[in-house]
Design a protein around this ligand. Sequence first.
Ligand SMILES: [Mg+2]
Length: 213
Amino acid sequence: MPDAFRSVLFDLDGTLYFSDALGLEISRVANRYFARLKGVSEEQAQELILAVRQRITAETGIEGTLSLACVALGGDLRELHRCFSEQLCPEHLLTRDERVVSLLEALGSRYSLYIYTNNNRSLSNRIMAALGIGGFFIRVFTIEDSWTPKPDRRVLEQIMGEIGQSAGDCLFVGDRYDIDLKIPEEMGAQVWLVSRVEELLALGTFTERGQRP
Ligand SMILES: [Mg+2]
């Protein structure tokens, strides 16, 4: 594996901010959407989603995401994301973390920064604005670019082509290994798993040549 990189591709949710409150709201909106779709209560919808996610995990060996559960339940990803955009208020739930802003400012002066997220464009933009990080990314790849959620090798190859980099030139940063990092790592990228802000901030210890100290 190469020990240097030129570009950093971040996941957004759970990677560049850490908010249980927003995660809970996303679950509530999804429950409401599937309750209406299936003609059941929101509690029943929640159980249905959980069961499908667990089944996907058991069958595929990778984490069953909400996006995959949506498709498996006969839902419409576009409609689900319309509900997210209309019903979620990230501005009320997120606070700007100056340490993250400074980190991205420093990394942006050395590397080309991108976002690759299963979130939609409008919500991603509002989340980034609330966090004060909207200006640091050359391009933001969202679910709307393909309507094919991560993990997906074909979409990843398209992204690599569009940014003009090979996987070996990239560092991928995410909070879910199976979803954000497994395929990039298989393709030869470096990966960095984060579960809390301290692990994200540790990226600041990379040297200017894109190598771990
Ligand atoms: Mg995430």
